[in-house]
Design a protein around this ligand. Structure first.
Ligand SMILES: CSC[C@@H](O)[C@@H](O)C(=O)COP(=O)(O)O
Length: 338
């Protein structure tokens, strides 16, 4: 089975992305004209998922350079640094966002004229985008060896091609296993409150004709108890020395998987590893209460109710059976080399 590879974010005389807020009803490209618009697109999750945010971060520097009216390299770099700060601060948890920004900014700093800076920033961003697909293919290949023909996988949120430039991390593993001829089925958790599972994962897998069944996340324990799940595979927003940060609800699945002796795998590129900080140093993004209080414009909760709406949770590494990376599979406490 050969699966096509459309991109989530790309440059074509300007920056484009698939507007993920429109899925699954509409697959529409969105042209990004300014850093302010890109910040809004990141905050509203038009572009989301750690590796896609990495590419968005890098392209933000190319965009800022393209839009700059600076007449000398010094002023242009100062403008790029301001854009970089705005982008880095737009979502705090996924490490790839600042990783992409910093890589492109570093490349831009090597330019001696405004033209060289523009070229270097765009070259760096295009390189990161291409590298993302190569890396995800390698993650897929490494992870596919852990899946057996006939396996049923549980996944949470969307760690598919929409969360990356292409192919996907957790869903990349599924895709690679299917490409290798294995029959794999997936349970996709809807992923409250923003439904990346039902809107994106279910859509992606259905597009690829990979059998997918949508569930609410509260159903995973019951399915595990009944022997319906062989493995759990999720992506990650940041992996520190002690925990995996991923979409809120991931920790629940990890605890349940441990209890039911089901392997719990995390698939992520090396760019998602944070070699400096630990759990206590990382800010978990808290989002607008309205995301929980309303659904498609319908009010689901009393006005003024207290709400707790973190976007991510932390899963201790002792609950993780293996980290699947482009450099191989690592069983914690073993970590991939820098
Ligand atoms: C390969 S994507 C890994 C993670 O970024 C993904 O699982 C996730 O939690 C995304 O959250 P989101 O809030 O949609 O950006």
């Amino acid at each position: 089975m050969c699966i096509p590879e459309p991109k989530t974010i790309w440059w074509d005389e300007g920056l484009w992305l698939i507007d993920q807020t429109q899925l699954p009803l509409k697959l529409v490209p969105l042209k990004i004209e300014s850093i302010r618009q890109l910040v809004a697109a990141i905050k509203s999750l038009s572009v989301r998922g750690a590796p896609a945010l990495g590419a968005a971060g890098a392209y933000s520097i190319a965009l800022a350079a393209e839009r700059s009216h600076a007449t000398n390299a010094f002023d242009m770099i100062a403008e790029l640094e301001m854009a970089a700060d705005m982008i880095r601060n737009s979502r705090p948890t996924a490490i790839n966002l600042s990783w992409g920004v910093d890589r492109a900014l570093q490349a831009a700093r090597g330019g001696e004229s405004t033209e060289e800076i523009r070229e270097a920033a765009l070259r760096s961003a295009e390189g990161i985008a291409e590298e993302d697909i190569r890396v995800n293919r390698a993650i897929g290949k490494n992870g596919a060896k852990l899946l057996e023909d006939g396996d049923t996988i549980l996944t949470h949120c969307n760690a598919g091609r929409l969360a990356c430039v292409g192919w996907g991390t957790a869903l990349g593993v599924v895709r690679s296993a299917v490409e290798a001829g294995k029959k794999i089925e997936v349970y996709a958790c809807e992923t409250r409150p923003l439904h990346q599972g039902s809107r994106l994962t279910a859509w992606e897998l259905a597009e690829d004709k990979i059998p997918v069944t949508l569930i609410c996340e509260s159903m995973s324990g019951s399915l595990m108890r009944r022997g319906k799940i062989d493995k759990v595979i999720v992506g990650a927003d940041r992996i520190t020395r002690d925990v995996v940060f991923n979409k809120i609800g991931t920790y629940n699945h990890a605890v349940l998987a441990k209890h039911h002796k089901i392997p719990f795998y995390v698939a992520a590129p090396l760019s998602t590893f944070d070699r400096i900080y630990g759990e206590e140093d990382i800010t978990i993004e808290e989002r607008d209460p309205e995301e929980i209080c309303t659904l498609a414009g319908v009010r689901l909760a009393p006005l003024g109710i207290n709400v707790y709406n973190p976007a991510f949770d932390a899963t201790p590494l002792e609950l993780v059976s293996a980290l699947i990376t482009e450099k191989g599979v690592f069983r914690p406490p073993l970590m991939p080399p820098v």
